[in-house]
Design a protein around this ligand. Structure first.
Ligand SMILES: Cc1cc2nc3c(=O)[nH]c(=O)nc-3n(C[C@H](O)[C@H](O)[C@H](O)COP(=O)(O)O)c2cc1C
Length: 214
């Protein structure tokens, strides 16, 4: 692979296209963010980087809370709109016919999103044009229609989207599952017929729900 070297930039893909809700009951707002993600598993922590001039920056600074709402293909137009219009000019929630409900720490959560991570800010880092709000994820709100009878979440049915180099893209087919590369090798090594029979038995409920361990 031959490569050209360019100066440092934010050229990373795909990245999230997250609907970030913030504010309070009187003044809820939504903005779209790509500079967001998970930074720690235990305690569960996330971040969102927001430019100082955004209304969302002022609201998150005031309340110390925000929610990361996963975006679906049904919400793609709303995500673009919330990324080009400020809540200073238009009530985006009303304009788009969306609605919010208050979460456990009174942060507005987007009703139309299948999963909302409710976050409490623990630190604000001034990085440059963006300030990074580092936060603890205090609660996860998941759409019950996506849960099966064992309580397992089927996010693959949600129609999630990502952002890639200026394009909103729908997530495609599954190419593997967590740990599948090593699981295949283990199966090949099976010599003992008793172990082979055990491997054919269905996994217990606990093992069927893989934990990423990231
Ligand atoms: C796909 C996409 C991703 C964006 N990511 C960010 C981001 O990570 N941080 C940010 O400050 N602005 C980001 N923006 C811009 C804000 O969403 C936009 O300025 C918005 O109007 C701010 O709304 P507010 O003033 O109501 O807070 C993004 C816009 C789009 C379309």
């Amino acid at each position: 692979m031959s490569k050209q070297m360019w100066k440092g930039s934010t050229l990373m893909a795909p990245v999230p296209v997250m609907l970030v809700t913030c504010g309070d009951f009187q003044q809820p707002n939504i903005m779209t963010a790509a500079w967001t993600g998970i930074v720690c598993s235990d305690p569960p922590m996330a971040y969102v980087s927001v430019r100082r001039e955004r209304l969302s920056h002022a609201l998150i600074s005031r309340t110390g809370t925000f929610a990361l709402n996963l975006t679906t293909k049904e919400l793609v137009k709303a995500a673009d709109f919330c990324g080009v219009k400020s809540g200073r000019e238009v009530d985006k929630i009303k304009h788009l016919g969306l609605s919010v409900s208050l979460g456990s720490i009174l942060c507005p959560l987007l009703d139309q999103s299948p999963v909302s991570l409710e976050c409490r800010v623990v630190k604000k880092l001034e990085l440059g044009v963006h300030d990074m709000f580092l936060a603890e994820i205090v609660a996860v709100h998941a759409e019950t229609d996506l849960l099966d009878e064992d309580g397992k979440l089927h996010l693959e049915r949600a129609g999630l989207i990502a952002y890639s180099h200026g394009d909103y893209v729908e997530l495609g087919k599954t190419l593997g599952t967590f740990g599948y590369s090593v699981r295949k090798k283990e199966r090949k090594k099976e010599e003992n017929p008793l172990r082979r029979a055990a491997a054919r038995r269905p996994l217990s409920k606990k093992r069927r729900t893989p934990k990423s361990g990231l």
